[in-house]
Design a protein around this ligand. Structure first.
Ligand code: CDP
Ligand code: CDP
Length: 228
């Protein structure tokens, strides 16, 4: 079967990575969580006290960063490595989430990440989720999905996830983090979050993970047929 590129963009915590993982597993495609790359860069900046308003500091820091996705030996799921360290868990922390949108708005940071993302898509057979994948990274992707869900539902979903790891987290701080990130991500100058003109909208407010998977799989089947 012909392999294509599938992009999944959308608002924070609307289920993009859950869907992308389900699809990649089913199709034997590579899954790339582009947000993990921005989170790992942010973690590096925070740990090394990089002043990201200072261009030379940012350029030097980026030169010292190596990002890799390495499959977990047990689950097979790819995990984010920063300079050889597995940071998959720590990058999900709210401390990183508080700063990631600021860091991701920097032009040099985006060029650094986008060049690597485009490289990963060379042989197709890839599903990548993020904010600018259908608009900037793979503008010629065969299938572009734009995901959305009601704000309250998204907050509740992300809260449940974070609360499992840390019961001190509050619904209010998760809500304000999502609102802040969505605002910065959709208003920044470079590659703002927006729906590509040829993207298909998938609103999963009232869909289970199984239902969203079925809908997306049928979109992929159509896109593959059209691409032949
Ligand atoms: O999973 P969640 O929706 O919370 O976010 P994520 O996909 O892990 O992305 C974290 C942040 O990285 C976003 O809020 C954006 O600021 C940034 N990002 C981006 O600018 N471009 C992308 N392609 C992916 C993420
Ligand atoms: O990648 P993104 O930030 O868009 O979202 P996610 O991490 O895939 O999903 C956020 C949470 O919503 C996860 O805990 C999913 O299991 C959950 N989810 C859900 O409850 N129902 C859906 N239809 C999709 C996701």
């Amino acid at each position: 079967m012909k392999k294509i590129i599938v992009t999944i963009d959308g608002w924070s915590s609307c289920g993009k990575s859950t869907l992308a993982k389900q699809l990649a597993r089913k199709l034997g495609y590579i899954y790339v969580d582009s947000g993990a790359m921005y989170r790992a860069i942010t973690l590096y900046f925070l740990r090394n006290h990089i002043d990201w308003t200072d261009e030379p500091q940012v350029a030097e820091a980026l030169g010292n960063i190596t990002l890799e996705f390495v499959p977990n030996a047990k689950s097979g799921q790819s995990e984010m490595y920063l300079n050889g360290e597995n940071v998959e868990y720590v990058i999900r922390d709210l401390v990183v989430a508080e700063k990631v949108s600021e860091v991701a708005a920097i032009k040099e940071v985006r060029s650094f990440a986008v060049a690597q993302q485009q490289q990963m898509g060379r042989s197709k057979g890839i599903i990548m989720d993020g904010r600018d994948i259908g608009t900037v990274v793979f503008p010629h992707a065969e299938l572009k999905i734009f995901m959305t869900a009601d704000n309250a539902v998204r907050v509740e979903r992300r809260f449940r996830e974070l609360y499992e790891k840390n019961p001190n987290v509050s619904l209010e701080e998760v809500k304000s983090n999502l609102e802040m990130r969505d605002y910065i991500d959709s208003h920044r100058e470079v590659s703002p979050l927006r729906q590509a003109e040829d993207a298909i909208v998938l609103d999963n407010t009232n869909l289970t993970e199984e239902q969203q998977f079925r809908q997306a799989l049928s979109l992929i089947e159509k896109a593959v047929t059209a691409a032949v």
